[in-house]
Design a protein around this ligand. Structure first.
Ligand code: UDP
Length: 373
């Protein structure tokens, strides 16, 4: 780098738990590059200690460079407050050369829209995923973000196909692989030393299932949630269930008065775990029952049977090549029975190899025209 060359100022936008997992490998690579200066912008969408601070610690991330202080509440409040705070940041304090957004949360579209209207180039990491269910708030965020971002980094070939079908010019699309798997591989040595029993406050049974739910379609409607809880209580008669509760799910269970039903049936309700103990817990589990996006991917790579309580998935490769299957409340119990006798089958999916952050860095450098390293 010449003395006069200024490093590329790159904003890494992260607002919610899965975003922290996605920016971590990239921050670790970019912070080692002399042509680039990454800044972590925490939008404040997820702010409590287990969903944010502990995730930063486990992912070995430094404290965020900037906090946007998102309001809580409706999508409009969250998105609007992030947009106003991010615009101010870009204009007054930290002007980016590139903005990198990840995933599909409100922070993703809020900062994409703000940056684009200010004229800054945006790259979307984990572009092209589609559940084809526009009732999902995340699907709207994905479609809108991909339609205006300048550079679209996809995790798997179906992402390229989706974008091409939507008319995105091929030169904007690059298959880089799955950044979450970089994060997973990075923590595995530490995960092996993690004493799960200490973390969760009890010794799990030999066979156990882990439950994570937080999609609005499952936890916001008390009738839907009650039907799921009924099935979980039945499943708990067959196998121990450990259920780290997302704040949204805790709220849903409280509002519907369903927490006691679950604990009465023996389901172990625990607070959200930070990343390392969570991976340690799922690695040893007989199965995962989830509606999470990222967990479908992690279980595929770990070879743990995954039952996804959703009508569709934006990660079809986890079904065709991984351990994932879609289930409903009606077939939950039979799916659990089958998963308990399913053999573990870790999968090698193309480009889910721990080197995605390196490919993203190379792509960014190329796009920014910075041939200075
Ligand atoms: N995760 C975690 N602790 C938990 C539950 C999940 O660290 O108690 C991690 C999980 O390993 C994955 C990410 O959080 O890396 C997924 O986040 P979430 O399910 O909230 O979001 P989604 O992937 O559905 O967008």
């Amino acid at each position: 780098m010449t003395a006069a060359a200024k490093p590329l100022s790159v904003h890494l936008i992260a607002g919610a738990r899965p975003n922290f997992v996605k920016i971590a490998p990239l921050w670790h690579v970019l912070s080692q590059c002399d042509w680039c200066q990454p800044f972590i912008i925490h939008t404040g969408q997820h702010y409590d200690i287990s969903m944010s601070d502990w995730m930063f610690r486990d992912l070995r991330l430094p404290p965020p460079d900037f906090h946007l202080g998102a309001l809580t509440g409706s999508h409009a409040r969250v998105t609007g407050s992030i947009m106003m705070a991010y615009e101010k940041l870009c204009l007054d304090e930290s002007r980016p050369d590139w903005v990198i957004v990840v995933g599909d949360v409100d922070s993703t579209i809020a900062c994409t829209l703000t940056a684009k209207k200010l004229g800054f180039p945006v790259a979307h990491l984990e572009a092209g995923l589609r559940s084809l269910d526009r009732g999902m708030p995340e699907e709207l965020n994905r479609i809108l973000t991909d339609s205006i971002a300048d550079l679209l980094w996809t995790p798997s070939i179906d992402g390229n196909d989706n974008l091409l079908r939507e008319g995105v010019p091929p030169e904007k699309i690059e298959l880089v692989g799955n950044i979450m798997i970089d994060a997973l591989f990075a923590v595995l040595p530490t995960v092996e030393k993690c004493k799960v029993a200490d973390e969760i406050g009890f010794v799990p049974d030999k066979q156990y299932g882990v439950v994570t739910l937080h999609r609005p379609s499952n936890v916001d409607d008390p009738a839907v949630l009650e039907a799921i809880v009924r099935e979980l209580c039945d499943a708990a008669k067959k196998v121990q269930l450990i259920f780290p509760l997302h704040p949204r799910t805790k709220r849903g269970l409280n509002l519907a008065g369903l927490e006691d039903q679950l604990t009465g049936a023996g389901v172990r309700l625990i607070p959200p775990l930070s990343y390392i103990p969570f991976i340690a817990l799922i690695r040893q589990a007989s199965f995962l029952l989830t509606d999470s996006g990222g967990v479908q991917e992690e279980t595929s790579v770990l070879g743990v049977p995954c039952l996804t309580l959703r009508a569709s998935t934006e990660r079809p490769v986890t079904i065709t090549q991984g351990t994932n299957r879609l289930i409903t409340a009606e077939n939950l119990l039979s799916a659990v029975r089958e998963a308990m006798v399913t053999e573990r089958n870790p999968t090698a999916i193309e480009f889910w190899d721990g080197n995605t952050a390196q490919r993203v860095a190379a792509s960014l450098k190329n796009a920014a025209g910075k041939v200075r390293q």
